[in-house]
Design a protein around this ligand. Structure first.
Ligand SMILES: C[S@@+](CC[C@H](N)C(=O)[O-])C[C@H]1O[C@@H](n2cnc3c(N)ncnc32)[C@H](O)[C@@H]1O
Length: 216
């Protein structure tokens, strides 16, 4: 993995991470709107009080909009420091420390799984493990929603490439060359839908765990 000093700095200094995220989120109307995107899609599909997992929740920036909608939210992350921040900033969030590829959670317990800006942190084998784990954790008919980078060659093509060079690891390069929708279909998800946002630089992908009662 190539070294990204700015990335290490950003992870150690939340204000700098927030600044970079703020600039990067301008095309969708700012950080607040960015963090709402997955929660909005889940709220269109799930009843209030539904159990939702925020996979790789970090400091809880995208958990808060789920809680604000009345969902019962569990946040999983491998970083204890991030989970402590999430617990401080998101009262009501149940935090679990663990690996997303092998989550220490019982299967079939969530109506929704959200993955906000985290998939690009995984190499392909781990990414596929994570998608399979999310499918196991979902109830039949439950929804998976992911927000992440999308390769753009438009106006944001160069800024995106510089962002990835300065802040991201090789996993982001690998992710940008992949097809998330196809990977979800291969993993066994149905109803896969992709929305392209932020002048092509982001993708918001929804998919559903098939349910015997939903079969045609
Ligand atoms: C870019 S942050 C995104 C945080 C949050 N979802 C958001 O929207 O702000 C990615 C998070 O993934 C977590 N992460 C990376 N690899 C992980 C793994 N294998 N298992 C669980 N969490 C992981 C990191 O600790 C970090 O908090």
């Amino acid at each position: 993995m190539s070294r990204r000093p700015l990335r290490t700095f950003a992870y150690g200094h939340p204000w700098f991470y927030d600044l970079v995220t703020g600039v990067g989120s301008l095309p969708v109307g700012g950080t607040r709107r960015l963090r709402q995107l997955c929660a909005q899609r889940l709220a269109q599909r799930l009843p209030p009080q539904a159990a939702v997992l925020d996979f790789c929740c970090g400091g809880g920036a995208a958990s808060a909009p789920l809680l604000a909608r009345g969902f019962r939210v569990t946040g999983l992350d491998c970083s204890r420091q991030a989970l402590e921040r999430a617990a401080r900033t998101c009262p009501g969030l149940v935090t679990v420390q663990g690996l997303a590829e092998q989550p220490p959670l019982a299967p079939g317990q969530f109506a929704g799984v959200q993955l906000s800006l985290a998939l690009h942190e995984f190499h392909r084998p781990a990414r596929l493990e994570l998608l399979a784990a999310a499918l196991r954790l979902l109830q039949p008919g439950g929804w998976f929603v992911a927000l992440d980078l999308h390769p753009t060659h438009g106006l944001l093509g160069w800024p995106q490439q510089w962002f990835v060079r300065l802040f991201e690891t090789d996993t982001a390069v690998d992710f940008l060359a992949s097809n998330l929708a196809a990977d979800l279909s291969r993993a066994g998800y149905g109803d896969v839908a992709v929305e392209i946002l932020a002048m092509g630089s982001l993708q918001l992908v929804s998919a559903r765990k098939p349910s015997p009662s939903l079969a045609p």
